[in-house]
Design a protein around this ligand. Structure first.
Ligand code: NAD
Ligand code: TYD
Length: 356
């Protein structure tokens, strides 16, 4: 038995693969295109582990994916692969359409063929788990109830629209072809190995580099934050016990305005790595132009996964943020390699393509 993870060299995918192999004996195939967001250094501790295989490839490359499925016959596919940054989707939506919609469609076609060639027993245990986002539901008013699984879709950015499109395809493959799919909608993640273009690592990195801490608009936009290992545990739980065709919202019951996040990071850095001039990192906060179409508030009602699958987050925001800031302070080499682009060299040094 083996599982195929796509996008497993990115932030959440790499945490998922590492946690999986720490918890279970079942091997993992990690298929990743290694865009700018894919970093094999995230997975360095798995080098030499016989339960782990990395394969470089694109979820949209059909003959290659077909061969890979035939060769490894995974009993589950967990699809993390995506373009994931809203700001990049605003500047250039093309890659988002290509990977998040066309790529997901091609992957689904390959998985459908793989599934239909299975015997009854293999079919009954097979799952396709699609990792989606709360952003497909759009923006909430200040007092509106949190997103439930039946909330209408109203994506507002090219990123969320492309994720919504893939969700619809995944749903259709269940209803039309009987593919046993599971879809999860998670809130904003944070934790080790997040590329420093997203809010939390960007603020840490810029603070340490003496740069501005950019706050879009008034900084009162609200996100619902979840520590990455809690998201990974929730996905394992949905994979094990979720009902095919169902969707599950995953969140930390932890809504916070962006300004509070930035101040919490500033407080930890002031304590753990005080500025040489004795001033607070808060001095570096700068309000900048707002993001076009910026969603005001996201909030997840995680009641269904709690009730039906007994999943609950283990970390509070305070404990998760402490771990995260500590991780970035303790991994200056990871950060330097990401900032200089040297992490791309890992591919050349550490990857021998055996599956092509
Ligand atoms: P990320 O950008 O850090 O990683 C994405 C990974 O996918 C990278 O390793 C990249 O190389 C790979 N990839 C991109 N295009 C590919 C393709 N065509 N074929 C194969 N691999 C490809 O993203 P992340 O933050 O780890 O998010 C992972 C998933 O979780 C995404 O689907 C995202 O929509 C979803 N999600 C993210 C968050 C969050 O807060 N980061 C929250 C909810 C859901
Ligand atoms: P981000 O981490 O990009 O995640 P998402 O847009 O998917 O929620 O941004 C989180 C919030 O922080 C969002 O409201 C935008 C805001 N933000 C800033 O204010 N400044 C920044 O430099 C970044 C990257 C984000």
């Amino acid at each position: 038995m083996t599982v195929l993870v796509t996008g497993g060299a990115g932030f959440i995918g790499s945490n998922f693969v590492i946690d999986w192999l720490a918890e279970r004996s079942e091997p993992v195939i990690n298929l990743d295109k290694l865009t700018y967001a894919g970093n094999l250094e995230n997975l360095a501790e798995l080098r030499g582990d016989p339960r782990y295989v990395f394969i470089r490839g694109d979820i949209g490359e059909r003959p290659f994916i077909e061969r890979l499925l035939r060769k490894h016959t995974p009993r589950a596919v967990i699809n993390f692969a995506a373009e994931s940054h809203v700001d990049r989707s605003i500047h250039g939506p093309g890659d988002f359409i290509q990977t998040n919609i066309v790529g997901a469609f091609n992957l689904l076609e390959c998985v459908r063929a793989h599934f239909s060639a299975m015997d009854e027993t293999a079919r009954s245990r097979f799952r396709f788990l699609h990792v989606s986002t709360d952003e497909v539901y759009g923006s909430l008013d200040a007092n509106a109830p949190a997103f439930s699984e039946t909330h209408r879709y109203q994506p507002n950015s090219p990123y969320s629209a492309s994720k919504a499109a893939s969700d619809h395809l995944v749903r259709a493959y269940h209803h039309t072809y009987g593919l046993p799919v599971l879809t999860t909608h998670c809130s904003n993640n944070y934790g080790p190995c997040q590329f420093p273009e997203k809010l939390i690592p960007l603020i840490i990195v810029n603070a340490l580099a003496g740069k501005h801490l950019p706050i879009y608009g008034d900084g009162m936009q609200i996100r619902d934050w979840l520590y990455v290992s809690d998201h990974c545990a929730a996905i394992r739980r949905v994979l094990d016990a979720g009902t095919p065709g169902e969707t599950y919202n995953i969140g930390g019951w932890s809504e916070k305005p962006n300004l509070d996040i930035v101040h919490a990071i500033v407080d930890l850095l002031d304590e753990w790595r005080p500025r040489a001039d004795g001033q607070s990192y808060g001095e570096q906060i700068a309000h900048v132009a707002d993001r076009p179409g910026h969603d005001r508030r996201y909030a997840i009602d995680a009641g269904k996964i709690e009730r039906e699958l007994s999943w609950r987050p283990a970390e509070t925001f305070a404990s998760g943020l402490r771990k995260t800031v500590r991780w970035y302070l303790d991994h200056p080499d990871w950060l330097a390699n990401v900032q200089s682009g040297a992490y791309r060299d890992w591919l050349e040094k550490n990857y021998v393509d055996m599956d092509r």
